[in-house]
Design a protein around this ligand. Structure first.
Ligand SMILES: *[C@@H]1O[C@H](CO)[C@@H](O)[C@H](O)[C@H]1NC(C)=O
Length: 328
């Protein structure tokens, strides 16, 4: 008669022991991970990726404020002509944004490797608003070796359009590459005050988390305003009349259009600098896409690699092979 009771008791007992064991092991595991994090925190040669993402967002937004501030006081200086024969200029806004962005990053990471479009400029210390950052709502702590990190800064993408008051194309961008791979991308639209960011494999800003579903099935390809003709011909050769060519300015703008599925691909044929591409590349990677050159190779954003990409570009979330054909 006692037997049933004993068995029941043992069942509960076993359950309780199991629970205790589980709690103990969880505790043990979490203690172990915390321990390794603590040693990373104190290692001056390591960088917390979540912190640098938060700082990158702050830097892009600080730069964006300068871009907006200087819109009626640009003081355009010519840097010559771009390959497409457009005015290649630098304005007060480029320089002020560059200084604000690089100083924001350097305030938190003084000796990080940093490559910016306007790096020949001397900055004075008049950019005080970099003191605090809002941390991104991500719980992951991950540390990397500082030597493996390169930060790419574009203080004002689409300068020509900015001087023409085509503000929708203007962005400020920060990219963090680790061992040459784009891992964090931040693209800020200063006139819309929207910041799109991505940490590959970990998290995305809200605007990138819920891509709209396109109703139409038309093939849409976005190309540069300044050399639409060549690419358009090649696209028609490959896809016939079924392709819709959209022209727009700004590499950051175009990459975001692909990320948001407003276009299936962004194609580029002339030389382009990597600070124009890195952030968009990271964003596309985070969404399962990527940027490839015409040889189908991924771009290398290591500080030792070339700053110019001379090999064309296919930026897409999928079907890269079809678009690569167009560049051949
Ligand atoms: C990028 O290039 C650097 C040297 O130029 C090399 O060390 C690194 O492994 C390359 N990274 C990738 C991802 O290919």
């Amino acid at each position: 008669m006692n037997l049933g009771g004993t068995i029941r008791l043992n069942k509960y007992g076993l359950f309780a022991i199991l629970c205790l064991f589980l709690i103990y092991s969880l505790h043990f595991i979490s203690k172990r991970t915390n321990k390794s994090t603590e040693s990373d925190v104190n290692d001056i040669n390591k960088i917390n990726i979540r912190t640098i993402l938060s700082v990158a967002i702050k830097a892009a937004e600080n730069g964006g404020k300068k871009v907006v501030e200087h819109k009626d006081n640009m003081n355009i200086k010519s840097k010559g002509k771009t390959k497409e024969g457009l005015r290649d200029s630098v304005t007060n806004a480029d320089i002020s944004s560059h200084c604000s962005m690089t100083q924001t990053v350097k305030h938190f990471f003084p000796d990080i490797k940093l490559i910016s479009e306007e790096s020949t400029v001397k900055c004075n210390d008049e950019y005080p608003e970099y003191d605090t950052v809002d941390y991104v709502p991500i719980n992951k702590e991950e540390f990397v070796n500082k030597d493996d990190v390169t930060v790419w800064i574009d203080p004002l993408d689409a300068t020509y359009e900015y001087t023409e008051k085509l503000y929708q194309y203007v962005t400020t961008m920060v990219c963090v590459a680790i061992k040459g791979k784009p891992v964090i991308g931040v693209i800020h639209k200063p006139f819309e005050k929207v910041t799109s960011w991505a940490w590959v494999g970990v998290g995305l800003s809200k605007d990138l988390s819920f891509p709209e579903n396109r109703i139409d099935n038309d093939l849409k390809v976005i190309v540069s305003l300044s050399h639409k003709g060549d690419v358009e011909k090649a696209l028609e050769k490959k896809f016939g009349n079924n392709v819709n060519v959209i022209s727009a300015a700004g590499a950051g703008y175009k990459a975001l259009e692909v990320a948001k599925k407003h276009a299936d691909a962004y194609l580029h044929v002339t030389n382009i600098k990597k600070w124009d591409l890195c952030a968009g590349d990271a964003v596309l990677n985070a969404l399962g896409g990527k940027m490839l050159d015409k040889f189908g190779e991924e771009l290398n954003y290591s500080s030792d690699a070339k700053v110019i990409n001379e090999n064309g570009l296919v930026a897409a979330l999928a079907k890269h092979n079809e678009f690569l054909d167009v560049l051949k």
